[in-house]
Design a protein around this ligand. Structure first.
Ligand SMILES: C[S@@+](CC[C@H](N)C(=O)[O-])C[C@H]1O[C@@H](n2cnc3c(N)ncnc32)[C@H](O)[C@@H]1O
Length: 373
């Protein structure tokens, strides 16, 4: 893409974001934010996201999704961010659970662990690639004392991340900028550390995003990532396996789910030395990472998790879909809101099936170093 058209795309996306989300962008969340959207713009955003996920998994369909990764993902997060915050909180990722550990403690521990593996320390300048609404950046800044810049191609999420950072008195340690991780607009060798949590799976080609991260890291700098990949058990030619991958792609706005080996090779191809390579989901944890998406109450660990679990469980999701369907019918919620909840439902089904069968992991941990020379 030429410089000019990249700039045009940024301007158009920024303009669309203010049209869609309206005044006080960033300060409203959950259902309140959903109900205050511009209805026509919301319908357009839903259509833009769903037009590529038409049930097809042939080469031509995949190519379309890969080519339109930027707009498709931007549209996806324009329409799902409020649902994510309502159901999950402000860190948009999975985590492991100890017996007795609350949902919020487990989410924070997963972030601390990544910061620890990356060796992030006070005073480091760190890039968070695909930063969401800044939940992990806030936690990692507090935990380590580092300065974190969040990179995101979604304007709505950036506005929210800035709002929350200010509210948490962390604006001095945090910044959030608009950008496409396939073309990172920082000088080479800027950052001491880079991390990415469940975000680089939106890349059409992993060499692209990993190569950009390599470029902006200082020599000797470390990149740590929780990658979403299909595991070595995955067989692309097995229709049952492909169905699970497609449900995850559709419901999570991902152009193409890649196998772990593709990610591993991509890291090496762009020049990284891999220091740690481990699927954190491949374990015998008594409480599985995907438990919040199941309807299995036996896994709920603390009373404080009941509300979260209700919203994210099958029953809670049906409740939300029914509520959103009714609100859409009577004209309170914008058209397309129901389609979004249905796509998110497909994602949940695919994620649980992928988790149970160990065909999929959301926490393939790679810690990789840019050599000194
Ligand atoms: C599942 S969310 C994870 C967010 C965050 N890491 C967290 O754990 O809360 C994926 C994030 O990647 C961002 N993203 C997707 N494609 C991107 C791109 N091409 N450039 C920059 N960010 C992107 C999305 O906007 C979203 O914030």
């Amino acid at each position: 893409m030429s410089e000019e058209s990249a700039q045009e795309l940024r301007n158009r996306q920024a303009k669309f974001t203010s049209e869609l989300h309206g005044e006080e962008i960033g300060s409203k969340s959950g259902l309140k934010a959903l109900l205050s959207k511009n209805k026509a713009a919301q319908q357009q955003a839903v259509a833009k996201y769903l037009r590529h996920w038409d049930g097809k998994t042939d080469e031509e369909a995949e190519q379309r999704r890969l080519e339109d990764y930027n707009e498709a993902t931007h549209s996806y997060y324009n329409v799902v961010t409020d649902f994510y915050e309502y159901g999950w909180g402000s860190s948009f990722h999975f985590s492991r659970f100890y017996a007795g550990e609350s949902f919020t403690a487990s989410v924070a521990r997963h972030e601390h662990f990544l910061a620890y593996k990356a060796g992030i320390k006070a005073g480091d300048l760190v890039l968070d690639v695909g930063c969401g609404v800044g939940g992990p950046a806030r936690e990692i800044a507090r935990f380590t004392g580092a300065n974190v810049i969040g990179l995101n191609n979604n304007d709505y999420q950036i506005a929210k991340a800035k709002y929350y950072a200010k509210k948490a008195n962390l604006a001095g340690q945090l910044d959030f900028v608009k950008g496409d991780f396939m073309n990172i607009n920082f000088e080479p060798a800027t950052f001491d550390k880079v991390y990415a949590i469940e975000a680089t799976c939106h890349a059409p080609k992993l060499e692209g995003v990993y190569g950009e991260i390599y470029k902006v890291l200082k020599p000797g700098g470390v990149f740590a990532v929780y990658e979403w990949v299909m595991t070595d058990k995955y067989d692309e030619n097995n229709p049952e396996h492909r169905k699970i991958a497609y449900e995850i792609e559709l419901g999570d706005g991902i152009p193409k789910m890649f196998p772990a080996e593709v990610a591993r090779k991509a890291l090496k191809t762009v020049g990284f030395e891999i220091l740690h390579d481990e699927d954190l989901a491949d374990n015998d944890d008594p409480v599985p990472w995907y438990y919040p998406l199941t309807g299995e109450w036996k896994y709920v660990q603390t009373v404080s998790d009941l509300a979260t679990f209700f919203r994210t469980s099958y029953l809670g999701r049906m409740f939300t879909t029914t509520m959103v369907t009714v609100m859409e019918k009577v004209g309170i919620a914008p058209k397309g809101s129901r389609d979004v909840t249905l796509a998110l439902e497909e994602a949940a089904v695919g994620l649980v099936a992928g988790g149970r069968s160990k065909l999929f992991t959301p926490m393939m941990l790679f810690v990789a170093k840019k050599p000194e020379n």
